[in-house]
Design a protein around this ligand. Structure first.
Ligand SMILES: *Cc1c(COP(=O)(O)O)cnc(C)c1O
Length: 321
């Protein structure tokens, strides 16, 4: 395995994305605090460019390309937000992009990716391997493959969200982060361990796909079937070598949230904070509401809202259930 990224890499990433990525707002809600019984600070990555934190990692990775890599282009596989992140980063940097996406991706995500000027190739997520497709494509065309989480520069870039949060609000008792393949959680851990070493950091994955929890228990990466959940940004089947190594070393614990708990958390965020958050983006608050360790009651707790890319009709339909 290549050398793991460190906090120095997160700092370097922050320099590369400065002035390009948004420094997203940190919001609070007294009414949600009262319901939950803790003092919550929300890092709102649903208001990041492309509507999710993934722009940070993608832009960091692409901005490190050599002139030859820039000319040949970038390839990526993704069920959505990473696709948009690579497509927009590529356009800003003048790099051609080809993205492999599931044919059943939300229409809004397919359209947005094409809208940024990327070529989109679709596949069936239940029968084909996106890794194999992506790798074959990259090899055929001489393109550099940037995976959604299994990458040094992507992890470092994702860590800049928590870096900004700690710089703005100071130390926190705990921090809750959505968890799919672990890029966001790994980067968050690098920032937390450097800037607020006492903070308890929890990753929150969908209850239908708790592969990270199983992996930590077993001490090795556990692979599961594609989980069936509304949290489409966390339908990952396994952690990567690098994310597993960092998470195993630094995480406090892994929690889970059910689809019903995600919808309730989305409703709370919409009602009191007036924000549209996608199901995956609500994992952190869902866990804080349903699985907050007792000794965190009344404490200052950070929550990363990771994304807001859900079609407005779908959003209304989920909340109407
Ligand atoms: C990708 C994504 C996640 C999961 O991030 P990982 O780095 O794969 O753990 C969470 N929320 C949203 C909105 C995402 O797009």
């Amino acid at each position: 395995m290549a050398a793991l990224p460190t906090y120095a890499d997160v700092e370097a990433a922050a320099g590369r994305i400065a002035g390009v990525a948004h420094r997203t707002p940190v919001l609070r809600s007294r009414l949600i605090d009262e319901q939950v019984g803790a003092e919550l600070v929300f890092k709102c990555e649903n208001l990041q460019r492309i509507g999710a934190f993934k722009f940070r990692g993608a832009y960091n990775a692409l901005s490190k390309f050599t002139p030859e890599q820039r000319r040949a282009g970038v390839a990526a596989f993704s069920s959505g937000n990473h696709a948009q992140a690579v497509a927009l980063s590529a356009r800003l940097l003048g790099i051609p992009a080809t993205i492999v996406m599931p044919i059943d991706s939300p229409a809004s995500k397919l359209a947005a990716t094409k809208g940024y000027g990327a070529e989109v190739i679709t596949y069936n997520r239940y029968t084909e391997s996106r890794e194999d497709l992506g790798r074959a494509l990259a090899e055929e065309r001489g393109m550099t493959l940037i995976p959604p989480y299994d990458h040094h520069d992507v992890i470092a870039g994702q860590g800049t969200a928590a870096k900004e949060l700690f710089e703005e609000v100071g130390p926190l008792e705990a921090l809750f982060t959505p968890l799919g393949g672990g890029g966001l959680l790994s980067g968050t851990l690098l920032a937390a361990r450097a800037l607020s070493p006492e903070t308890r950091v929890y990753g929150v994955e969908p209850a239908a796909g708790d592969d990270a929890r199983q992996s930590l228990e077993r001490g090795e990466i556990v692979r599961i079937e594609t989980p069936v959940t509304i949290a489409d940004g966390a339908q990952t089947q396994y952690l990567a070598d690098q994310t597993f190594a960092i998470i195993r070393r630094d995480v406090t614990g892994i929690l889970t949230a059910t689809d019903a708990e995600l919808v309730d958390a989305m409703r709370l965020i919409a009602t009191y904070m007036k924000l549209v958050v996608e199901p995956t983006g609500a994992l952190g608050l869902a866990a804080v509401r349903n699985a907050l360790p007792d000794d965190l009651r009344g404490k200052r707790v950070g929550v990363i809202i990771s994304g807001g890319n859900v079609g407005i009709d779908r959003f209304a339909q989920l909340l109407a259930r």
